[in-house]
Write a protein that binds this ligand. Structure first.
Ligand code: DLZ
Length: 178
């Protein structure tokens, strides 16, 4: 292992994934939208590739990465019928069935983000907690990069689009134990 033989990244899952019955939530930021939008597209393409129906993919946006966990929690809870009137005044989630998985997508750039460490720390812990508290897998789709160029590369502009990995992780995790 190592040197030229080493392939960075995630191996294909060992089982065939059929996402045709799944409902997936994608919550993404409007911060750094030029980079976030291709990541969201990459996730959607992977979901569709695994059979998830476009009408079963719900997209919602929030201002920044810090807001991702609380938005995901409220939307998942709402879909589970556990929250009442939490989203009064804002458009309701269109799904009648609970989400099987969620993907939180955002981009934090150390070089241009004040309090980078605080936001990254709070966001990553928050996203993990939402998954554990709701029992719904929540995929960590937040790029934490040193530079804008690095972030663009990881969003498919000159490199691999990490959004695709998040889409397949969502399907794999949603199907776990089913
Ligand atoms: C404040 C802030 C900064 C400086 N940078 C980013 C960023 O690079 N990416 C991102 O998603 N959000 C950023 N934010 C906004 C915070 O995440 C949050 O939206 C605000 O602090 C309001 O809670």
């Amino acid at each position: 292992m190592g040197g030229d033989d080493f392939h960075k990244g995630v191996k294909q899952p060992s089982t065939k994934l059929d996402g045709s019955a799944l409902r997936i939530l994608i919550v993404h930021t409007r911060w750094n939208s030029e980079i976030v939008d291709p990541l969201v597209e990459g996730s959607i393409a992977a979901l569709v590739n695994y059979g998830v129906k476009r009408e079963n993919i719900t997209l919602r946006d929030v201002p920044g990465a810090f807001e991702l966990p609380s938005a995901a929690l409220r939307l998942i809870r709402q879909s589970q019928g556990q929250s009442q009137n939490l989203l009064m005044g804002s458009p309701q989630v269109s799904s009648a069935m609970p989400f099987d998985a969620a993907i939180c997508v955002g981009v934090l750039i150390k070089g241009s983000t004040m309090h980078f460490e605080y936001i990254a720390d709070a966001t990553s812990h928050g996203i993990m907690k939402v998954g554990l508290d709701t029992g719904v897998p929540v995929i960590f789709g937040v790029l934490t990069c040193l530079t804008e160029e690095q972030a663009m590369q990881r969003a498919g502009m000159g490199g691999h689009n990490h959004g695709a990995d998040w889409g397949s992780a969502a399907v794999e995790m949603a199907l776990l134990g089913l």
